[in-house]
Design a protein around this ligand. Structure first.
Ligand code: MG
Length: 375
């Protein structure tokens, strides 16, 4: 090919690619070298729970979050950090971290890999704080392109799974009432790990026959008890178990996974991408949560790596608004199971976005993560 033919060919390929793939991108989206700067603002917000929520380690009625906005050329991306107390972050720690993030110094919002790697290096841990920036940037970039993330990643949103609805640990009569309120869900998640495991399951089973999942949250102390319980839970229609024992007990989990008739998923044992190497072999799969893994970009990598290692993937959440839940839902067509019910547990959601219809996650068509702020 001579020089002029080659340049014509390259121009044509470029034009075809640009017109077919990016036809909906506003021209300003590519003008990332000019004077436009990203600007980030954030504020604390307290989620009020509909019910007292009890897991193996504690009870609570509120969850602190921080809501983040990143604005670029008049477009605003929304993000959120949620901080259940046992994870070690707080509104104060998140806001202290966010004050250290100089978002204005990054000229190109599309350069997510460089920006998020740089922000990750600012401090160890702070994963919810990092996730809030990641979600807001993804929302912003999706809006600049004019596409929802399920389209950008190439996922069929109709393949979003049913979500579990979580029943916290409580007295038998309260558990029955909560289970009745969960009518319409096709699968329920039951918190276990205290001294009433069988009563919890039997109370749910007194109301419904839908499949169940079980989450002892590290509450089981003995691997033989765990194995006996798992056999009994299988007979009760449970389909997988999250984090049966303490997160450090890899050998005991490997022993259990080898013998278990149900998949055993690493939740507390698997926070980030690098943890997959250490839980491989000890568990059947992993639980990904945006607040554990620093956000959508790393979550996407974790799904890919887990799949390459033939591991199951469940997408979980904290108590969160529809902002973080909607962000997670854009990855949900790629997972085996989803527990994305956090926004259903609160009275004062600050966004609309992904909803649950007849138990299934239904993503909005809006660009970015597809949320709208309430009020
Ligand atoms: Mg869990």
């Amino acid at each position: 090919m001579n020089k002029s033919r080659r340049s014509f060919f390259q121009r044509t390929v470029s034009l075809v690619a640009a017109s077919s793939i990016f036809s909906s991108i506003p021209s300003f989206a590519f003008n990332t070298q000019g004077t436009k700067k990203m600007k980030m603002t954030f504020r604390p917000y307290t989620l009020e729970l509909k019910h007292v929520f009890t897991v193996a380690s504690l009870s609570r009625t509120t969850t602190p979050v921080v809501l983040v906005e990143i604005e670029y050329d008049g477009i605003v991306g929304y993000g959120e950090a949620s901080m259940p107390p046992y994870l070690g972050e707080s509104q104060e720690s998140v806001m202290a971290f966010l004050k250290r993030v100089d978002i204005s110094k990054y000229g190109n919002p599309f350069d997510l890999e460089s920006i998020l790697t740089d922000i990750d290096s600012l401090a160890f841990h702070n994963t919810a704080a990092k996730a809030s920036v990641d979600i807001a940037l993804h929302d912003l970039v999706g809006k600049l392109i004019g596409q929802p993330w399920y389209n950008i990643w190439g996922y069929d949103k109709t393949k979003a799974p049913n979500t579990t609805f979580t029943i916290g640990i409580d007295k038998a009569n309260v558990v029955r009432e909560k289970t009745k309120e969960a009518v319409g869900f096709k699968i329920l998640k039951v918190k276990l790990g205290k001294d009433n495991d069988r009563e919890m399951i039997e109370s749910v089973r007194a109301v419904t026959n839908v499949p169940l999942t079980a989450d002892p949250n590290q509450g089981w102390k003995d691997k033989f008890y765990a194995l006996d319980m798992i056999h009994w839970l299988k007979e009760q229609g449970v389909v997988y178990i999250e984090q049966p024992m303490a997160k450090e007990r890899y050998d005991d989990h490997a022993w259990l996974t080898e013998r278990s008739p149900l998949p055993i998923l690493a939740d507390e044992s698997c926070q980030r991408l690098a943890d997959i190497a250490s839980v491989k072999g000890a568990y059947s799969g992993i639980v990904i949560k945006l607040m554990k893994c620093t956000g959508m970009r790393e979550a996407h990598k974790m799904i890919t790596l887990a799949r390459a290692n033939n591991m199951k993937v469940m997408f979980g959440c904290m108590t969160e608004t529809s902002c973080a839940i909607s962000a997670a839902s854009h990855l949900s067509p790629m997972v085996d199971w989803a527990d994305l019910d956090g926004m259903l547990l609160i009275k004062n959601d600050a966004f609309t976005g992904t909803i649950v219809k007849e138990g299934k996650l239904v993503l909005s068509d809006g660009p970015g993560i597809g949320v709208k702020k309430i009020g």
